[in-house]
Design a protein around this ligand. Structure first.
Ligand code: DX5
Ligand code: ZN
Length: 218
């Protein structure tokens, strides 16, 4: 499988969301990454159900919803109904992660787990077979446009080893500070999905930037 590109609409223009979603529909993006923040789990507030529904109404791509919220188990069904195809919860926000993953799958959505930069891969060793996507945060979550954290490469290799050892089909997604300098190295280390926010939307030609990320070889 070739790698996937998931532009993050956190960096899009919210006054022209229709225009930006159309651009993504027509681009070589595979997923649309949607960052939900509650002002509790992370020190920022982004958007919730109405915005997700509005994106869903226009989007023709898989909606990859990254929940940076406390107690995500309270809202799983609502996010699926609002249009999420993939629902990613933070390991640090889930006391009963195994149960929450089952809850996500029961809605018909794919289940993702995100890990903060400080969280070791080992916390997933007993649930890896139940996870469709692991999202490795390569910045501290809460804001777009931050600097990529270098130790992410090491975590990709550790995660890849765990996935291979358990014969799991989990995808490895990298989120934060991704650009054309680090993307080739991330793919070589084992990344399957690259999220890119500011690098795509702050570029002169977002469609072309998405294509450049997509055309990299592993
Ligand atoms: C950070 C978000 C990221 C963010 C990435 O909390 O989870 O998805 O939008 O933005 P860039 O690519 O600008 O780091
Ligand atoms: Zn994200």
């Amino acid at each position: 499988m070739s790698h996937l590109i998931a532009p993050s609409v956190l960096a899009a223009n919210f006054g022209h969301m229709d225009h930006d979603v159309q651009m993504l529909n027509q681009s070589t993006a595979d997923w649309i990454h949607i960052d939900v923040m509650d002002g509790r789990f992370v020190p920022n507030i982004s958007f919730g159900f109405p915005v997700l529904q509005a994106i869903k109404a226009k989007a023709t791509k898989t909606l990859d919803v990254h929940l940076m919220i406390e107690s995500p188990e309270l809202y799983i069904e609502q996010f699926q109904k609002a249009g999420a195809d993939i629902i990613t919860v933070h390991e640090e926000a889930c006391t009963h992660l195994h149960r929450t993953l089952q809850q996500i799958k029961d809605t018909g959505a794919k289940a993702g787990v995100a890990l903060n930069p400080h969280t070791p891969i080992q916390v997933l060793s007993e649930v890896i077979e139940d996870i469709d996507v692991v999202c490795l945060m390569s910045v501290n979550p809460g804001f777009g446009g931050q600097k990529f954290i270098q130790h992410t490469y090491r975590k990709i290799e550790q995660l890849k080893a765990l996935i291979v050892e358990r014969n799991a089909s989990t995808l490895i997604e990298i989120d934060g500070g991704v650009n054309l300098d680090n993307a080739p190295l991330l793919l070589r280390a084992g990344a399957d999905v690259l999220v890119a926010g500011s690098f795509v939307f702050n570029s002169n030609n977002p469609t072309n930037t998405i294509l450049e990320l997509k055309n990299l070889t592993r």
